[in-house]
Write a protein that binds this ligand. Structure first.
Ligand SMILES: NC(=O)c1ccc[n+]([C@@H]2O[C@H](COP(=O)([O-])OP(=O)(O)OC[C@H]3O[C@@H](n4cnc5c(N)ncnc54)[C@H](OP(=O)(O)O)[C@@H]3O)[C@@H](O)[C@H]2O)c1
Length: 245
């Protein structure tokens, strides 16, 4: 698809991969709308990149999602790209008992339910455009889980599955469905538990954003960035071994 002249809604676009992608797309002459829960981070992003459109929204909340979609429809009726990027990551220890479960609900609502509902709510608008795309940001951890964050990894595995089905359902429309599978990227994800040295050796968010733009431009519908490709290709090889008959 062309990577200029689009109107793009990026959830969770005030920091990390979403912000780097927002800037990369802004530079290429796209209209870019970002949303997130923290007004101060959205304002800071717009101060640094004045072309950005910002909206406070909590995509895990039904009413907030509805408000966001209604606003986008009215203010940006040419919106043709939805990037489901917002995500959170928690350490969950099942040995800790049910008190862990509050975190689980928030994680599933943000990482999985939000992309499902936003996709459904945005699809009529996207489908009314001459060319459109849905871009889901999953994770290499959806292919090989880190057991300390079991629900995060499960939501990303589910998002991968969901993206495959959505792509199939929309195959005869002009809405392309992309999945971006990042490796460890330097960002605020898991800020409370991620050791600082992880971010210093991780892929920069700008490199991840460049990989996303390249995938969009080349119509590579499923792309694993950096080391995430190793996780995905091992899964593909094992699948072939297990399904020989
Ligand atoms: N960093 C990595 O190593 C890595 C690897 C693989 C995949 N990913 C995925 O990449 C995506 C982006 O993450 P990131 O690494 O860039 O981390 P990040 O810097 O923490 O960005 C996540 C963004 O999502 C927003 N967000 C969280 N919950 C939200 C909600 N309920 N409603 C609206 N916005 C919400 C956050 O803003 P507010 O808190 O202000 O809402 C934040 O701006 C995520 O889906 C993540 O799972 C990241």
């Amino acid at each position: 698809m062309k990577v200029t002249g689009n109107t793009v809604l990026i959830t969770g676009g005030a920091t990390g991969i979403g912000l780097a992608l927002a800037r990369a797309l802004l530079e290429r002459g796209n209209e870019v709308i970002i949303c997130g829960r923290r007004a101060d981070r959205l304002s800071a992003a717009r101060s640094a990149s004045p072309g950005l459109r910002i909206r406070v929204a909590d995509v895990s909340d039904r009413a907030s999602r509805a408000d966001l979609v209604a606003w986008v429809r009215d203010a940006f009726p040419r919106t043709n790209v939805l990037v489901n990027n917002a995500g959170i990551q928690h350490l969950i220890d099942f040995r800790g008992g049910p008190s862990e479960l509050a975190k689980v609900d928030e994680e599933i609502a943000t990482n999985l339910a939000a992309p499902i509902h936003l996709t459904s709510m945005m699809l009529p608008l996207l489908a009314s455009q001459p060319a459109a795309a849905i871009v889901n940001v999953s994770s290499g951890l959806g292919f090989a889980p880190l057991a300390g964050m079991p629900v995060y990894c499960a939501t990303k595995a589910a998002l991968h599955s969901l993206t495959m089905s959505l792509r199939h359902q929309l195959r005869e429309t002009h809405v392309k469905v992309f999945e971006i599978i990042p490796p460890t990227v330097a960002s605020e994800l898991g800020a409370g538990h991620r050791p600082s040295e992880v971010n210093s050796s991780a892929m920069p968010a700008e490199t991840a954003a460049a990989g996303i733009v390249e995938a969009l431009e080349g119509d590579v519908l499923e792309v694993a960035l950096g080391d995430a490709e190793k996780l995905r290709s091992k899964r593909d090889a094992l699948f072939a071994v297990m399904n020989q008959s």
